[in-house]
Design a protein around this ligand. Sequence first.
Ligand code: CP
Ligand code: NVA
Length: 303
Amino acid sequence: MKHLLSMLDTKDEIHEILALASELKAKQKKGIPHELLKNKSLGMIFEKSSTRTRVSFEVGMTQLGGHALYLSPKELQMGRGETISDTAKVLSRFVDAIMYRAFDHKMMLELADNATVPVINGLDDIEHPCQIIADLLTIKEKKKDFKKLKLAYVGDGNNVCNSLLLGAAIVGMNISVGCPKGYEPNKEILEKAKSIAKSKIEILENPFDAVKNADIIYTDVWVSMGDESEKEKREKTFLPYQLNQKLVGNAKRDCIVMHCLPAHRGKEITHEVVDGKNSVVFDQAENRLHAQKAVMVKLMIHV
Ligand code: CP
Ligand code: NVA
């Protein structure tokens, strides 16, 4: 793995990444130092808001003995017209890796093409691979083996859904997506996932069919960052896809409920479900830290 731009980049290494994440998590819980990235620096460019991604990368670098810099495009010369390619070349002279949260996947690719250090996709309009690595770690902890599991994703076929399709295909987990017409996942990503999957992939319109007998139910916001102008229309269209007790009741009794967060309580998920006994959303959020530390170690010291 040279960069982490897409979940596909983890195809040959996902199990190693998850094992390293578990090892680093255990060390951190026991207070065992693991300064594998001593004196290394991570530059973090955020074009969009973030709570989990920013804090987990920054704290993760500190725990690994390194340092992370938060870079806002408004304060960078990028905000005054410096190109993404020049920014990539310059930052590569200072830092050991760059994390980028972008509006446009094309900019992500341009940054990676011009950087001489590893680039990590911290979310763009097409994918959110860091999230899905943490999600796979959470599923492994709660359900042990990916094979034979069914994950149901209900709602918008967005960046999180796209990366989940690839992630499920890579680890051999069955996945059903329940989404309204017109909001299906990215076509090319779906084709790619189908081409590598030995497990089942289905795209359905009825959310009850999608969650039937599911071991994991997953949802995400109806209005992603960048989609704000469609808020009213989306909130109407997605109403039948709300993750509420009735929908959870159609899955297995011991199913786990996941959400990448931030949650919009009362919209895509109800209070009782997000705080309910099946919910693992905060364990899932914590695992961003452990999963990303493993990714950074893999990319920065080529283990
Ligand atoms: N899930 C996630 O990426 O959260 P943030 O937007 O807070 O980083
Ligand atoms: N799909 C959401 C994920 C937020 C972490 C978005 O892109 O805004």
